[in-house]
Design a protein around this ligand. Structure first.
Ligand code: AN7
Length: 364
């Protein structure tokens, strides 16, 4: 069941009013929430006094494109199709582009995608080309591409905007919070999430607030939003625009987030935090997850778990028995095969195509 149908009652009136024939759905949402007991054990052994349950929201398992962006595209692109729009545009670090390209292809809408040249993971660009998007690589970073996109939309009202400033992306992305609460029967104590443009932290917070509003979770069960930027791209943490953001987590290589103010509101209202993790900490979590929990996510996603590890290391939170920490893993590891190869395939073993040569390696 698509997300609009699954959570129809919770969709805003304009989404509810979209006629059925305009709904674009491709299997998005309903992703697993895994209990990460081995990660819990690891943290308890390494740092002590870690007694909370950890759950990983595995957004890499979204259809059709393997990231959380599929959630917001079903609502946004359905609405654009209903409007009869012929062309859409977005700037992207990759995953928005891949999702927009795929949903637009289904809707029969032309998509233009502006990317920071040379800084987008290979899998994401391939997904966009595969679906026939018009990909324009800009010699500059995401923020520069996004500035141009906003100008284009302002001057060409016929072109729709699919970045997270599009309000119709939000109801789709809010469903991530609904799914977590539905599965747990409550909200988590702490909600860990990577922050780039800050659309997702905003959507999750709005989703939890919605569930409080309709009585599905208790007001005292309000989760603390714990957002993590990459240290080289941490404008919200530093409280200033970062002109030249740099991080191995290319998805969150953003120096001027579109939903900056909303993220600050989410932080304040949830009594949460927006902090940064270094590339080293990101890659440590990135490598830990497949070994401990068999989840291969992309580097940006690992920022959520890196944030949890940082909180544990610094002992700045209680992790009591009755508490629950949820980490959102936003995108699939296969999105970024180049980083995967660099991190995991350090010394590939190559031998002659002979029994003995292979047995020499196996040595059993
Ligand atoms: C895997 O695709 O901004 O804070 O243009 O791809 O809601 O931006 C991607 C962001 C985290 C950050 N994890 O979410 C884009 C884009 C992954 C991502 C984020 C992104 P937001």
């Amino acid at each position: 069941m698509g997300l609009i149908e699954k959570y129809l009652d919770l969709m805003p009136p304009e989404i509810q009013a979209i006629p059925k024939e305009n709904i674009v759905t491709l299997g998005e949402g309903s992703t697993p929430l895994w209990r990460a007991d081995r990660l819990k054990e690891y943290l308890n052994e390494k740092y002590g006094r870690f007694e909370s349950d950890i759950y990983l929201k595995d957004e890499g398992k979204n259809y059709p494109t393997g990231s959380f962006k599929d959630r917001g595209m079903t609502t946004a692109v359905s609405y654009e199709k209903f409007l009869g729009r012929k062309a859409e545009i977005c700037a992207s670090t990759g995953n928005t582009l891949a999702a927009a390209a795929t949903f637009c292809a289904r809707a029969g809408i032309k998509l233009f995608g502006l990317l920071p040249d040379g800084k987008v993971a290979l899998g994401k660009i391939s997904q966009a080309f595969a679906c026939g998007a018009e990909v324009i690589q800009v010699r500059g970073n995401f923020d520069e591409a996004f500035r141009i996109v906003k100008e284009i939309v302002a001057k060409n009202p016929d072109i729709g905007l699919l970045n997270s400033l599009n309000p119709n992306r939000m109801p789709g992305q809010m469903t991530g919070a609904y799914e977590i609460c539905d599965k747990l029967g409550r909200a988590p104590t702490y909600h860990y999430i990577p922050v780039g443009n800050a659309g997702n932290i905003t959507a999750y917070w709005w989703g939890y607030k919605k569930y409080i509003e309709i009585g599905k979770i208790q007001p005292f069960n309000r989760p603390a939003m714990r957002g993590y930027q990459a240290a080289g791209a941490a404008p919200i943490v530093l409280n200033r625009i970062v002109e030249s953001p740099e991080t191995v987590a290319s998805a969150i290589r953003i120096g001027n987030p579109a939903r900056w103010e909303d993220a600050k509101t989410a932080r304040r209202e949830s009594v949460g935090i927006i902090d940064s993790v270094t590339d080293e900490e990101i890659l440590e979590a990135y490598a830990l997850l497949p070994r401990l929990e068999q989840i291969f996510c992309e580097p940006a996603s690992a920022a959520s778990v890196a944030g949890l590890i940082k909180d544990v290391k610094m002992r700045r939170l209680y992790f009591d028995k009755s508490y629950i920490a949820v980490c959102v893993l936003t995108g699939h590891g296969l999105k970024d095969p180049v980083t995967a190869e660099r991190v995991f395939t350090k010394n590939p073993i190559v031998v002659d195509a002979k029994f003995d040569a292979v047995m020499d390696v196996i040595k059993m």
